[in-house]
Design a protein around this ligand. Structure first.
Ligand code: NAD
Length: 473
């Protein structure tokens, strides 16, 4: 296959990948000189394609893990369109140089920051929002003027093929190419000297990506996962908290990087909160009383491997003394796991040690806020923190004392939908920021420029040979 004729390849052949990369490197030079308008035109094309292919996107997601069409609309298509809209609204302004002030010591000079594309970027996507999580960094990369190779997840092959078709239809392969394949393909890609790598996936693979990037001193954005707690104190509106926690956990059947992973609830309100959670699960996923498995609003676990992993966490928790308070039904053939709430969960059980990434909600109680803070901070830094409280003091205390990539107060997940809130993690949950202006900056080199007038310098008095006066300074 000739890399000039296709914007996609299902081959993981290192030679072919090298050719695609070389063509993108050659094009990157021209892209660097472009203004913002051609970038905006690419984003408009992308937006138009999304509009035209809504049904195909819904079908691909349904084929891969029975994702409900309504969830695909909101979390894959609408979210991508919102990001494009926001970027188009601000692109001209983002690409303009930013002036900075002049300190007394440099009087007579002018300083500014100008933004240039990093060059050729690699975007590695996960399977859980397989469309949006490939498109979202692509929007930022194109806005900043880069060429990109996208490596979608092999676990959602229908979506990967659709992304490949999309790029073939709307982009020059020297600008955007999809390379389908698994970790072997990713390994070939990671051997190349990309100018930036944007990786979304697990902390384990994030470390592999960062090690490979270090070989070429390539910059990285790592959007990883972890255990994001939801904290409910004794002042919280329990009905409101239950609704938002069940929604955040139930969407995509818990396979969401920012899903509330576990629940920490004040011991005085646990019983009432569980009653509210039960009522919401029934209202959302079983209004006709036929069981959650009959619901058209509830996705499946992506594959047998992940089904066994999540079901294994449930078994292990029970073996360590946990009680199933709600749910508990699993069906291997259907890759179905009911929304399940567990109480009396041992902190040493695997469900409290590993990211769950499925519809299991372990509940632990706390007596004091300080105790809750200690419990969260004993684990690696979370991607998100969810605080449910009507006490401004408690909200402030928890926000101040628990480091996390992002946080919501009396809400789950929606901080990632705010285009002006940079999105990302810290430590185990990630490095760098995505979305909106932060995403544009991740894919840009911020070039700092100082301009001096000919014949002038603020440093003349400091030039060698050094006088006694200079030596005294
Ligand atoms: P993963 O790390 O298994 O895979 C992600 C990508 O890496 C895939 O494209 C895969 O093919 C590739 N990959 C796998 N092994 C590799 C290797 N050895 N070398 C190079 N590449 C390799 O993650 P996943 O299972 O697809 O996604 C789930 C994880 O992603 C969870 O931890 C979740 O929290 C996280 N996630 C984070 C965000 C975020 O924005 N922070 C969003 C979604 C998912």
């Amino acid at each position: 296959m000739n890399p000039t004729t296709s914007a996609s390849t299902s081959t993981n052949d290192a030679t072919f990948i090298g050719q695609v990369f070389a063509r993108q490197q050659a094009r990157a030079e021209a892209l660097r000189k472009e203004g913002w308008e051609p970038r905006a035109a690419r984003l408009r094309k992308l937006s138009h394609w999304l509009e035209e292919n809504r049904a195909a996107i819904q079908q691909a997601l349904y084929a891969d893990f029975r994702k409900p069409a309504a969830e695909t609309d909101v979390t894959e298509i609408w979210s991508s369109q919102m990001e494009i809209k926001h970027t188009l609204r601000h692109l001209k302004q983002w690409t303009q140089p930013t002036k900075v002030g002049t300190p007394m010591s440099l009087v007579g000079t002018r300083g500014w920051v100008q933004y240039e594309p990093k060059g050729v970027c690699l975007l590695i996507a996960p399977w859980n929002y397989p469309f949006y999580l490939a498109i979202d960094p692509l929007i930022s990369a194109l806005a900043a003027g880069n060429a990109c190779i996208i490596k979608p997840s092999e676990m959602t092959p229908t979506v990967a093929a659709l992304l490949a078709r999309m790029c073939q239809e709307i982009f020059d392969p020297a600008e955007v190419t999809v390379v389908e394949g698994d970790k072997e393909t990713a390994t070939h890609l990671l051997a190349l000297p990309f100018n930036h790598i944007f990786f979304t996936g697990s902390p384990q693979v994030g470390k592999i990506v960062m090690r490979a990037a270090a070989e070429h001193l390539t910059s990285v954005t790592l959007e990883l996962g972890g255990k994001s707690p939801a904290l409910v104190d004794e002042t919280a509106d329990l009905r409101d908290a239950a609704e938002k926690i069940v929604w955040g956990k139930g969407i995509n059947a818990g396979q969401t990087c920012v899903a509330p992973d576990y629940l920490l609830v004040h011991e005085a309100v646990q019983e009432q909160l569980l009653k509210e959670i039960q009522a919401v699960i029934t209202r959302f996923y079983d209004p006709a009383g036929e069981g959650v498995a009959a619901s058209a609003s509830y996705a499946r676990i992506v594959n047998q491997g992940h089904f066994r992993r999540v079901a294994g966490l449930l078994e292990d928790a029970q073996a360590h003394g946990a009680t199933i308070a709600l749910g508990g039904l699993v069906d291997a053939e259907q890759q179905f796991i009911e929304p399940t709430v567990l109480t009396d969960v041992a902190p040493t059980s695997r469900i409290m040690q590993e990211e769950i990434f499925g519809p299991l909600l372990p509940v632990r109680t706390f007596r004091t806020l300080m105790g809750a803070v200690d419990e969260v901070n004993a684990r690696p830094r979370p991607l998100a923190l969810y605080v449910f409280s009507q006490s401004a003091d408690n909200q402030r205390y928890l926000l101040q004392n628990i480091p996390a990539g992002g946080a919501c107060v009396n809400e789950t997940i929606l901080h990632l939908a705010h285009p002006d809130l940079p999105f990302g993690g810290l430590g185990n949950s990630g490095l760098g920021r995505a979305h909106g202006h932060a995403g544009f900056l991740s894919f840009s080199n911020e070039k700092s420029v100082l301009k001096q007038r000919v014949g002038r310098t603020a440093m003349k008095a400091l030039y060698p040979p050094y006088t006694a006066q200079v030596k005294k300074m």
